[in-house]
Write a protein that binds this ligand. Structure first.
Ligand code: BMA
Length: 380
């Protein structure tokens, strides 16, 4: 039987309309339209994952832990749980000065091996960059309020120098390949905690417009000029209290793949409830922001230094994140003893008072460590 013209028209209209809606609703793309197949898959898979669970990450995990350094196959997380984390965080600070080790003494050559090992285990790699202040030549924590960004963008006295720094980062990132030559996808996280005023790129040290220009310049430089197509770009603030505050420096949906924030619990365990409440509020905001912008939500850094609470993992941290969508949560580094009166670690080590609870936490359905992360086949 033949369809009459009106019915046909209506049929085609509904078909096209449905296709359009599906395309708009489902198909967010990485900001790099030429992203490698594995990078695109990672983007889509992390977006899906955030609805059901959270990868556990740890900074510098394979390199050192509390009271040990560079022992093949070791990890504080693995010593307790029998498995590595699902996300490995690494840091490039120092690379801009041709240093052989980063600002936390991790040799760049070793870092490349660790990154390859992590990728080949099916885990996710994220890289931050505490780059020096190109204007003063001092550290990332040495602001020169309102001067640095104009000096390093085109037309500025330090633009050439800054480009050479980006070139070094480009060379490093491009050298990250699997054994068979596949470029390793990396979540690149420059200019983090950008609403605080402790780094030269943040808070009162620049205007929102300047930071946005710097962000776009960096993405364009790596993606378009250097043709690096293995990156997802993570934008992250420090703790924040409103959507207005969060988006003040947001460069726009065409420039960001992952939205996140960093948060640390301060004080003693009496502050647990305060931390849960604050996390719940910020994560509710992040859920909303990520949904509106169709981006991947992540807790880009977190921790409670020395974890002085035996049940912190299940009764505080898990409680705080349980109801929320977060693709991954990165615990900061286990530096261990730094000086007579300074010690720093955010994941427990074997024998630590929260180790038993951490083991229970690692088996929770919501949490993905190495083994369940591998099963997700995030690059396929
Ligand atoms: C900070 C501390 C420092 C470290 C820096 C960059 O939070 O851990 O010791 O140098 O991160 O990794």
């Amino acid at each position: 039987m033949q369809m009459n013209t009106d019915v046909k028209k209506r049929f085609y209209f509904i078909l096209i309309f449905t296709c359009l809606i599906n395309c708009i609703a489902v198909k967010a793309q990485p900001v790099d339209k030429l992203a490698t197949k594995e990078t695109s898959r990672l983007f889509h898979n992390l977006q899906l994952l955030s609805q059901k669970g959270t990868l556990f990450g740890h900074q510098d995990d394979m390199a050192y832990g509390v009271n040990w350094k560079y022992q093949q196959g070791r990890s504080d997380v693995k010593d307790i749980t029998g498995q590595y984390p699902g996300v490995f965080g690494w840091e490039l600070g120092g690379l801009e000065n041709d240093a052989l080790v980063n600002l936390d003494s991790v040799p760049f050559d070793l870092m490349k091996d660790y990154i390859r090992k992590g990728y080949e285990a099916g885990a996710v790699i994220t890289i931050s960059w505490h780059l020096n202040n190109p204007l003063t030549g001092k550290s990332a924590w040495n602001p020169s309020p309102l001067n640095t960004i104009p000096a390093i963008l085109p037309g500025g006295e330090k633009n050439k120098l800054f480009n050479t720094w980006l070139d070094k980062v480009a060379v490093f990132l491009q050298s990250l390949q699997s054994k068979n030559g596949t470029p390793i996808p990396v979540i690149f996280r420059p200019y983090h905690e950008l609403n605080g005023s402790w780094f030269w790129w943040g808070g009162k040290n620049c205007t929102p417009k300047e930071l946005i220009e710097l962000w776009k310049y960096t993405v364009s430089y790596l993606r378009d000029k250097r043709q690096i197509h293995q990156l997802l770009y993570a934008f992250n603030t420090d703790r924040f209290s409103s959507e207005i505050e969060y988006v003040e420096r947001y460069p726009g949906n065409d420039w960001v793949d992952i939205v996140g924030f960093d948060i640390y619990q301060k004080g003693d365990i009496l502050a647990n409830d305060k931390f849960i409440t604050e996390m719940d509020k910020s994560l509710t905001l992040l859920d909303k922001i990520a949904k509106e912008k169709n981006k991947i939500p992540a807790l880009t850094e977190f921790g409670f230094n020395t974890i002085p609470d035996a049940d912190w993992w299940t009764t505080v941290f898990l409680k705080a994140i349980e109801k929320h969508s977060i693709a991954y949560a990165l615990a900061w580094r286990n530096a261990g003893r730094k000086s007579a009166n300074e010690i720093e670690y955010y994941a427990p080590y074997k024998g630590h008072l929260s180790a038993d609870d951490f083991l229970i936490f690692s088996k929770k359905k919501k949490m993905f460590f190495e083994k369940r992360t591998r099963q997700l086949k995030l690059y396929q």
